[in-house]
Design a protein around this ligand. Structure first.
Ligand code: FEO
Length: 166
């Protein structure tokens, strides 16, 4: 049985994962209108993954006797300065999500809720992978450079990463 504190924190995380999904979908739309189909497809695919992260938490709360609740989801930012701006924002976002997951893990541990602690290990590993993925993209953008030709290759590369890693 989940404590009220954990139910509230898990529900907040559900809402945050759905927000992440909307954020990446919005970024996909920006990339699409600016002529970056590879980035757009990668981000849209990632949006679906974030939705699944939220659903997995939602199911866990229900299975554990809690009331899963989706909170208000604010509209994500829709305008960005560049592809680099987008991926800098994704990395910062993932780092913030990792902090939230770590807080959940700490709470489960402090409460001696080892079932939830164990369940959250999947998210801990996932956040490691997500930060690695977005850090890798940010590094590639820096190395290749922001001129026209560079951006063309970045888009192609990121499109391929979506198929492989996303
Ligand atoms: Fe669900 Fe990208 O963290």
């Amino acid at each position: 049985m989940l404590s009220t504190t954990l139910i509230d924190k898990l529900n907040a995380q559900i809402t945050l994962e759905f927000y992440s999904s909307n954020l990446y979908l919005q970024m996909a739309a920006w990339c699409d209108t600016r002529g970056f189909p590879g980035c757009s497809s990668f981000l849209a695919q990632h949006a679906s993954e974030e939705y699944q992260h939220g659903r997995k938490l939602f199911t866990y709360v229900m299975e554990t006797g809690g009331l899963a609740r989706v909170g208000a989801i604010e509209a994500p930012k829709a305008d960005f300065a560049s592809v680099q701006d987008i991926f800098d924002a994704t990395l910062a976002h993932e780092i913030a999500i990792t902090a939230k997951i770590n807080d959940l893990v700490k709470t489960a541990m402090n409460e001696g809720d080892f079932s939830t602690f164990n369940f959250l290990q999947w998210y801990t590993s996932e956040q490691h992978e997500e930060e690695k993925l977005f850090r890798n993209i940010v590094d590639r953008i820096r190395v290749i450079g922001p001129d026209g030709k560079g951006l063309y290759w970045i888009d192609k590369e990121i499109g391929k990463m979506g198929k492989k890693d996303g």
